[in-house]
Design a protein around this ligand. Structure first.
Ligand code: NAP
Length: 258
């Protein structure tokens, strides 16, 4: 029996984009995946897509910002078995206002979903991860956690907060043999991220990726997350920064003219 036999994971943000692609990839590799997000119908469509003879996806509709909801889900997972891996991928951005004009409700939403959502899920599942003797927690932050940019203040603050949580947790949990992996992607072209950030304006959302040759895709990030949680447990990819080649840094994004 190898380390990767009978692996089971909770994946948050599994209804769309990176979380969905990661849940699908893990299931395709034989994992049991507890898929968490608010939209139940989207989680069900993920269940329906898993090819027969591979792993299993179990939908768990829940809100990561609601502590009681997360606790309910933890009880469901415990009753069904246990997990050795948790991937905190749920999150997002709201607004591109400068700090001077930032809307408190946007900042509040970003802090709640990215930081407090990760905290809720981490606190709920840590005892289970410790009990396995070799747990894995993956936290999906962003290159927005590494460098601020104009119009990014609220998202920078939230992702830097989540990054701070990941760093402290890695130090605190090493004695419990729980590895903490942080994946920090740059520009990823997903269906909903920019649409949500830009308040449903489809044209503005498309402009974010206009002329960029090969932005990262959800599958690209899912590959890295899947690799990171499948590597032998003593190997900790503690911070993985990934960007498209066209985005050599936060401030260099090559756009071909249209
Ligand atoms: P996305 O397609 O908008 O997916 C966000 C996911 O989070 C959805 O599954 C959503 O599900 C879930 N979610 C949001 N609020 C939630 C809540 N309160 N409770 C439970 N689930 C919640 O975005 P994405 O591009 O895949 O982004 C995924 C993660 O990567 C985020 O943390 C984002 O900040 C980060 N990231 C994205 C990019 C990018 O360029 N796209 C780059 C770097 C990092 P429901 O709405 O169904 O709840």
């Amino acid at each position: 029996m190898t380390e990767n036999d009978h692996r089971a994971a909770v994946v948050t943000g599994a209804s769309s984009g990176i979380g969905r692609a990661t849940a699908a990839r893990l299931a395709a590799q034989g994992w049991t995946v507890y898929a968490l997000a608010r939209r139940a119908e989207r989680l069900q469509s993920l269940v329906d897509e898993v090819p027969e003879g591979t792993g299993t996806v179990i939908p768990l509709p829940a809100d990561v910002t609601d502590t009681a909801d997360v606790e309910r889900v933890r009880e469901q997972v415990e009753a069904a078995g246990r997990v050795d891996t948790v991937l905190c991928i749920a999150g997002g951005a709201r607004g591109t206002d400068r700090v001077a004009d930032g809307r408190l409700e946007d900042w509040d939403w970003m802090y709640r979903v990215n930081v407090l959502g990760t905290l809720n899920v981490t606190q709920a599942f840590l005892p289970m991860l410790r009990a396995t003797g070799r747990g894995t927690l993956l936290i999906l932050t962003s290159t927005a956690a590494l460098a601020s940019y104009e119009g990014g203040g609220g998202y920078n603050a939230a992702k830097m907060g989540q990054h701070g949580l990941a760093g402290a947790l890695r130090l605190e949990e090493a004695e419990h043999n729980v590895r903490v992996i942080e994946v920090l992607p740059g520009l990823v072209h997903t269906e909903e991220f920019s649409l949500n950030r830009l308040r449903g304006d489809q044209q503005a959302a498309e402009k974010v990726y206009a002329g960029v040759e090969n932005p990262l895709t959800a599958d690209d990030v899912a590959d890295v997350c899947t690799y990171a949680v499948s590597a032998p447990h003593h190997v900790n990819l503690d911070q993985v920064v990934m960007r498209p080649v066209a985005q050599a840094s936060q401030f260099k994004l090559i756009r071909k003219s249209q």
